[in-house]
Ligand binder design. Sequence first.
Ligand code: AMP
Ligand code: ZN
Length: 472
Amino acid sequence: MKLYNTLTRKIEEFKPLSPPLVTLYTCGPTVYDYTHIGHARKYTDDDILKRSLAYLGFKVKHVMNITDVGHLTSDADAGEDKLEKGAKKAGKSVWEVANFFTEFFLKMINCFNIIMPDYLVKATDHIPDMLQLIIKLEQSGYTYETDEAVYFDTSKFSNYGRLSGQKLEEKLKGARKEVYIDPKKKNTTDFALWFKRVGRFKNHSMHWNSPWGDGFPGWHIECSAMSIKYLGQTIDIHTGGTDHIPIHHENEIAQSEAATGKIFVRFWVHHEFLTVEGQKMSKSLDNFYTLDDLQKKGIESLALRYLFLQTHYRKLLNFTWKSAQAAQDAYNKLKEYVLSLRSQGQRTFLSSDKLAQLDKFRDRFRQAVSNDLQIPQAVAIMWEMLKSNIPSQDKLDLLYEFDQVFGLKLNEVQEEKIPEEILDLAQKREEARKRGDFSTSDKLRSQIAEKGYIVEDLEKGFKIKPSPASLR
Ligand code: AMP
Ligand code: ZN
């Protein structure tokens, strides 16, 4: 399999350290607010990577964290703790807020048919592991302590900046002016491993004992501690949004490699954003949509998943309701294909010509998937296959096989039950039509359409189906 590695800025041949095992770590959400469909794109793309690896024969061991402490409103060390801020806004405790938004996140994972990680781990359950790592860094001389915090000294780590391709001096020049800077912090790029419960954080509600006094961990250390704990000192793949490259992931590398002396991550895979009118969908810009908004517009989450499949993970995806509706229509069509193929269930004799065609579709699909996840191409191959002349049952089998990567739940598609009321109207329309009363039959057709269904006249009788989303 070929994968783009942010570390080398090249598409490389991916070979895990201990095949067929692939160790995979994903930076999870900070659970202080609602998950939006921008997050959904990112975690769906992770899921597609994971499903693709499994499809190609690897055994994936996946860890994802839940950040429930320490992530400040800026990814660097400025601002408030996001959880404390969320708790204030909701008038609840930080623990209640974290539980509520973790549940919301898990609901989203389920709606988008994202496979749960083998380990879903909370930062607050791993404070001893983080402390252990910080102590190790302190003993190796990579840290310094001020009145307010324990920092990682980035000037001591010679590879700092390798992931983002920026030298330390450039990073220092380009660094934004933080709202608050600890006067004893030595370099702008240094980052807190441990915050003390003093000064701006003196009322911080989450806190633990440590060798440096009462306090709480900085954001970055949790991912290193949990990745090392569950997956070992060197892992195969680490994923995240592109926003994590310059600070969070750079810091994860520095602290992990300084502590273990080993390469932390072999392949860094970063996903591009979902945008709205060219801007990143985000809570702070207030340009975000959630699952509820989708529901109100009659868009299924799996139709949105289909939309995500159509853009390569390293390209921006600009979200519009028009594109979401087009995806819903395409997804409906796909479901209709499944039902129709199922109803033609008899397996027929497969000529050698058709067998070759079948293998060719499978090969092309495999190649697309293994070529840095060219999923849009894989989707196009699926449509081509469906329109080909290979026997229905083989089409259906291959479609289900492709869906191991797509995750559109095609084998669970069920005939939609048409409500009695619609069946009644359609029956009345059929009778009007038979007696030649076309004005009544047209009126009834419009009534049926208003309720979200269309009637198709067949040679004998009629067929009712839900209208495409774009007509609703
Ligand atoms: P957050 O909870 O905001 O820290 O985000 C969790 C993950 O979702 C990070 O890896 C972000 O890169 C990613 N993310 C946030 N907003 C978007 C977006 N609009 N499109 C894609 N990924 C996003
Ligand atoms: Zn992380």
